[in-house]
Write a protein that binds this ligand. Structure first.
Ligand code: 4AZ
Length: 342
């Protein structure tokens, strides 16, 4: 019914991703086929799981029901991929057919009371049914209370178009998607919590390939840099995959702040040589996102360390020197710093 596209988990450098993931530092980088490591929700608190709703209450299995990821941009609005919420008939799903879960890292821990209903699904009006303009907004029926495991992420303004993020920028992509390297028409091999779909959320660092003016994304066809970001590794091995679709491609600054640069959209298989992942370029849709949701770019800054401590610490070292942007930045230090309030 839905095109389930998710991203395979990626490979995270333990030092880069976080100190409070209970087991991330124990997992060798090559332990997982597509390069991911488990993380804690507090590392990616904007990440939500989109589940098919249990309309007949037959079971509650969050693992089997998870269809896509998404990202909180406020305490009510979520950005996801259009292909996650559009059925084979080309129509947007009815809001009652989907649930959202926030703040829970392990899908089999989900109880029916953790499922939140939706009251709006807004698909980009120029979504082509495949991967052009692959972006949608969904709205929770009620606002959620924010805490260290569920926090919105800022999204970038239209002024980033053609300018940011620079080639080589590091992103963190996360989700419950397939962890296996997959050929282009291969299905994720197993469907159980010990199998290849992640039960506990995983994340991996992927690099921007080509930057905002790239002419191609490896050997992927149908890449359009105006509306897509190319990220991964030309050599393969790290990527998003089936089940990660709709989830966040998050860019960090120097000070623990994060911004939603992309949305997991498509690829040619997962983690294949010459086929990096392709992500919807969020800045291309800044005006639509604001018009539909009322949430402004950079309106929901989040700095993980200012949430719990006064001294910011870096979760992900992205200091490459070539990516520090100032376009439409706000607050001291330009867009790289968002202070502590929302
Ligand atoms: C998918 O099938 C999918 N490697 C999502 C992302 C990628 C590939 C496939 C990127 O949903």
């Amino acid at each position: 019914m839905f095109a389930f596209a998710m991203g395979c988990a990626l490979s995270v450098s333990p030092a880069a991703v976080n100190a409070d993931a209970s087991d991330s530092n124990d997992v060798p980088l090559d332990a997982l086929v597509v390069g991911g490591d488990p993380v804690a929700m507090s590392d990616v608190p904007w990440q939500v799981a989109i589940l098919s709703a249990n309309l007949n209450s037959v079971d509650d299995d969050g693992y089997l029901d998870q269809v896509c990821g998404g990202s909180l941009i406020s305490n009510r609005w979520i950005v996801t991929a259009a292909h996650c919420v559009v059925g084979d008939d080309g129509e947007a799903a009815d809001a009652f057919t989907l649930d959202v879960v926030t703040g829970i890292a392990t899908l089999t821990d989900i109880e029916s009371t953790d499922r939140r209903g939706l009251d709006r699904i807004l698909v980009h009006p120029e979504y082509d049914g495949e991967f052009v303009n692959d972006i949608a907004l969904v709205r929770l029926a009620e606002e959620i209370a924010l805490n260290s495991d569920q926090q919105p992420i800022a999204y970038p303004p239209a002024s980033w178009q053609g300018a940011l993020p620079a080639a080589g920028s590091e992103y963190l992509v996360s989700g419950w998607g397939c962890r296996a390297e997959l050929g282009p028409s291969e299905a994720c091999p197993e469907d159980d919590p010990d199998g290849y779909y992640a039960n506990t959320i995983e994340a991996v660092v992927v690099d921007d390939i080509g930057g905002p003016t790239a002419s191609a994304c490896g050997a992927n066809s149908d890449f359009d840099v105006e509306i897509m970001i190319c990220a991964g590794d030309i050599a393969g091995g790290v990527d998003s995959c089936t089940g990660d679709s709709g989830g966040p491609l998050a860019l960090s600054d120097d000070a623990g702040g994060w911004v939603l640069a992309g949305v997991v959209s498509f690829g040619f298989g997962c983690a294949q040589v010459s086929y990096p992942g392709v992500y919807t370029r969020v800045s291309a849709y800044a005006e639509w996102l604001e018009a539909m949701s009322g949430v402004e770019p950079f309106a929901q800054p989040w700095s993980p360390n200012t949430f719990t401590a006064l001294t910011p610490t870096r979760l992900l070292d992205t200091r490459s020197g070539d990516r520090v942007g100032t376009l439409d930045g706000s607050g001291p230090g330009g867009w790289c710093w968002w202070g502590s309030g929302w």
